[in-house]
Design a protein around this ligand. Structure first.
Ligand code: ADP
Ligand code: ZN
Length: 232
């Protein structure tokens, strides 16, 4: 099963991808996480991408596509994978289509006002990447509880230190939303025209959202007669 999570910054791509990855036992590939690892390890790629990432702009397609191709050619991707944050431009989607078929695209929707609040309240474990949230959203039908760690500033899973990403501040989040609108949103029509896309409104806690997403994948799979193993 090859899936793509499409959605603006702060929409929950990382959280849902990581849960569905453990459910299906297929790798969760986040280009943002791969780039952050390059920054942390101060690699050659890390030096080339730093300015783009810190300013909320996209990393150039050539670097991104090359890195992604390397990742999905590895053995653990043979049974499928979940792409989180790739593709983000039409040329990226076209390159991806040349090397693999995609079964389902989940398109996450949430208002910019809530996205800004959520991105600024995000905390990430610097060791295992687990994601937490320091705010609760309760707005009309949108009811998203905070995802607080048991011990302040520490990851529940590995006890690593929780950090705020450098690009999770209001000004950079607004820049990333603009980038999303201009460069990534055209992918919604790109995949809609292929009949692969399922729109999901983000409203509830991750457990409820994940079950809605699994349901949506199932109905798309039935429609297109894809074979999917639902066993955990
Ligand atoms: P978010 O979806 O919250 O913006 P990500 O972790 O997916 O966060 O991405 C963080 C940054 O990494 C982006 O702002 C961009 O600079 C870079 N990046 C990630 N994926 C891509 C991609 N597919 N193409 C270009 N740049 C990317
Ligand atoms: Zn951790």
């Amino acid at each position: 099963m090859k899936k793509i999570f499409l959605g603006p910054p702060g929409s929950g791509k990382g959280t849902y991808s990581s849960r569905i990855s453990s459910f299906w036992k297929i790798p969760h590939i986040s280009t943002g996480d791969l780039f952050r690892a390059h920054l942390k390890n101060q690699t050659e790629i890390g030096k080339q991408i730093k300015e783009f990432m810190n300013s909320g702009n996209l990393v150039p397609d050539t670097i991104t596509i090359e890195m992604l191709k390397n990742r999905i050619s590895q053995n653990d991707c043979k049974k499928g994978f979940i792409l989180d944050g790739f593709p983000r431009t039409i040329p990226q989607a076209e390159e991806l289509a040349k090397i693999t078929d995609i079964d389902v695209v989940i398109n996450l929707n949430l208002s910019n006002e809530i996205l800004i609040k959520k991105a600024c309240a995000r905390r990430v474990c610097q060791d295992c990447g687990d994601i937490y949230s320091t705010i609760e959203i309760n707005q009309g039908e949108i009811k998203m509880p905070g995802m607080f760690p048991k011990e302040e500033g520490k990851c529940d899973k590995c006890h690593g230190e929780l950090m705020q990403r450098k690009d999770d501040n209001e000004a950079t989040v607004k820049e990333r939303l603009e980038t999303f609108k201009n460069q990534t949103a055209p992918l919604i029509d790109f995949y809609k025209n292929n009949g692969l896309l399922k729109d999901i409104q983000v409203k509830y806690n991750p457990t409820k959202m994940v079950s809605e997403i699994l349901q949506a994948i199932k109905s798309l799979a039935e429609k297109y007669e894809l074979s999917i193993d639902y066993e955990k």
